[in-house]
Design a protein around this ligand. Sequence first.
Ligand SMILES: NC(=O)c1ccc[n+]([C@@H]2O[C@H](COP(=O)([O-])OP(=O)(O)OC[C@H]3O[C@@H](n4cnc5c(N)ncnc54)[C@H](OP(=O)(O)O)[C@@H]3O)[C@@H](O)[C@H]2O)c1
Length: 297
Amino acid sequence: MVPSRSSARQSTSGSPSSIPPSPTGPGPANERLVGEALSPYRGEVVIATKFNLLFDENGKAQGQVSRPEQVRSAAEGSLRRLGVDTLDLYYLHRVNPQVPIEDIAGAVADLVSEGKVRHFGMSEAAAATIRRAHAVQPVTAVQSEYSLWWRRPEEEVLATCEELGIGFVPYSPLGKGFLTGKIDETTAFADNDIRTTIPRFSAPARRANHALVEKVTAIAARKGATPGQIALAWLLAQKPWIVPIPGTRKIDRLQENLAAADIELTSTDLDEIEAAVATVAIQGARYPEHLERATNL
Ligand SMILES: NC(=O)c1ccc[n+]([C@@H]2O[C@H](COP(=O)([O-])OP(=O)(O)OC[C@H]3O[C@@H](n4cnc5c(N)ncnc54)[C@H](OP(=O)(O)O)[C@@H]3O)[C@@H](O)[C@H]2O)c1
């Protein structure tokens, strides 16, 4: 099943750095908030959440899920905190290279057969891993970084998703805010903001990478749109089964981002964007090394 853009109002209970770790980890705090906020809308919304990281009672990271029974207890914790009977979309947050993916997919398959999970998702998984998991439990969605300044999924993963009928969910579709044009080399981030650790967000990299934002901003002006909307409309124009998830804490930005779905990019617009992007060599890695290593790519 490929998620439809129009049929699902999806909420992802992720783990922004602004929420301090709770005894059971940062994710669970968000699940309680999402569960409470969406309780009046049961049946009208699709709730996605994810599993993988383990925490001790002090919120200290304890590694990754490695045994099927840990997948079960993680899911049961999510069901309890969200206050739902079924997890609509349950993503494996990262692939643990020490554990056969078939074991994890098998544990999810058991939860699906019991009605505790409706759909299985994966994040930052390589094409070969997606195939192996999909053979055990069909994968509904792959959530990985994809945007005008991070296009690795185009190498292999998107073709695999298309072949297997899997939806693709680009995270950080606004380049963690950079593609909106609201960030430049003088922008100060809070100490606990992940962007302080990202090479692509060093001041010299931001100065160099601003060339991309200037080009997107010029195209946006001609379309009567904002650069962030063009970044989202570009993703939406790639394939009908690509559903970006921009993040914001502000209602006006949420509305601006949602309006990107109404922007039609013609093939001439898309060629123009492609040509503009090709002239800018992006400086700096998208993640510090230890976080890049934690992906399966
Ligand atoms: N699976 C994974 O490993 C993974 C990793 C990272 C993120 N994610 C998920 O992906 C989603 C979004 O990713 P993200 O937050 O990293 O990056 P993003 O959506 O590319 O960018 C979010 C940033 O852009 C700003 N922003 C949003 N809309 C804006 C607008 N219209 N104008 C100006 N600034 C705007 C936000 O600031 P304000 O909040 O101040 O508006 C925030 O700093 C979240 O659901 C997150 O949980 C998943």
